[in-house]
Write a protein that binds this ligand. Structure first.
Ligand code: PEP
Ligand code: MN
Length: 347
């Protein structure tokens, strides 16, 4: 649309897009609104749209992921996580985010202990799995809704939004009231029903890259969420399968500038799952930030040998704290800033 057009002009275009059987999606920038029309191209009368009041131009988006593309939205998306009892944390643009916590919530006491450590170290969002996607059905599978309630209480107590993996469409409605951010795991990146289901909510979604997914596949998965009207997608590069077997996965740092060129969505890096070993986590986190990521998600445990899941890759709290100090400096070089942890008052 032309800059500063009246709302009535936007409403008219939206109504015409709907009349032609497509779905309108409005993106508002500082001066102008862009209206996406998603549907069968052949059903859209472009000449007609061009003739409507306030329309500056009509541009077909060639990329298969429409709403996720830079063509649809030039400015970086800023995604907000939290609200209500916990502060809102932002990610995207110049705003970097650090999510940290245990791989899995094992009991209430360990959760509170680790949460205090990561908060102290500079994380502003708490992670912790309650449904775990384990390779073996005999491995610890997570404590489900009981652990989710501990996560909620812990997040509220420390003023940290919580990010928790959802594995199944049937869990979405139960989890939604408790979480601040859904995590879609690498193994579920192409669980299209699940993507649609979280897309129907208005909670942000951390979308891990699949183990063998291309950046295009990944953005198409983001498109599933966006197509349902949920704008809060955060991409997460967590390593892919390659022939290299000295590490758990190969962190594809290249995917960060690629995804940023193709899409406006924020992207963070998960050095823990890529490395598989704690020794390599700091280097990968630094590489991810230097490649342009908008933050990190890191696993931390005060006694990794006791962890029921992913112990070998968990950072000790003091190492995490040091790492965050370094990442703040790298972020600053690349024009980004991690939020400071707010003072805990009256909690
Ligand atoms: C996790 O975050 O603990 C996890 C299982 O991650 P991913 O889906 O990337 O393997
Ligand atoms: Mn893990």
């Amino acid at each position: 649309m032309n800059p500063n057009v009246p709302q009535s002009a936007i409403d008219k275009v939206v109504a015409e897009i709907e009349r032609m059987g497509s779905q309108p999606h409005i993106s508002r920038g500082k001066f102008r609104a862009v209206i996406g029309a998603v549907g069968e191209e052949g059903n859209l009368d472009q000449e007609h749209l061009r003739s409507l009041d306030g329309v500056e131009k009509v541009v077909p988006i060639m990329k298969p992921y429409k709403l996720a593309s830079r063509e649809f939205q030039q400015d970086d998306s800023i995604v907000e996580v939290g609200g209500g009892k916990v502060p809102v944390q932002k990610v995207g643009g110049s705003q970097a985010m650090c999510i940290a916590g245990p791989c899995a919530v094992e009991n209430e006491e360990m959760l509170h202990r680790i949460a205090r450590h990561v908060r102290d170290g500079g994380a502003t969002v708490l992670r912790g799995g309650v449904y775990k996607p384990r390779t073996s059905p005999y491995s610890f599978q997570g404590l489900g809704m009981t652990a989710l309630k501990w996560m909620r209480d812990c997040g509220d107590e420390l003023g940290m939004p919580i990010c928790v993996e959802v594995m199944d469409t049937r869990q979405v409605a139960d989890m939604e009231p408790f979480i601040d951010c859904f995590q879609i795991g690498a193994r579920n990146m192409q669980n299209f029903d699940l993507l649609r289901e979280v897309g129907k909510t208005r909670k942000p979604v951390l979308l891990k890259r699949g183990l063998a997914a291309t950046v295009k596949d990944w953005l198409l998965s983001a498109e599933y969420v966006l197509s349902q009207g949920n704008r809060g997608v955060i991409l997460c590069e967590r390593g892919i399968k390659t022939f290299e077997d000295s590490i758990r996965y190969s962190l594809d740092v290249t995917s960060i500038p690629v995804a940023k060129q193709w899409s406006h969505l924020p992207i963070i890096v998960d050095p823990s799952h890529a490395a598989g070993k704690r020794d390599f986590v700091p280097s990968l986190a630094a590489a991810g930030m230097a490649a342009g990521a908008h933050g990190v998600i890191v696993e931390v445990h005060y006694c990794p040998s006791e962890a029921q899941c992913d112990g070998p890759q968990a950072l000790l709290p003091e190492v995490f704290k040091e790492l965050m100090e370094q990442l703040r400096k790298i972020a600053a070089i690349f024009g980004k800033e991690f939020a400071e942890t707010a003072e805990l008052v009256g909690r």
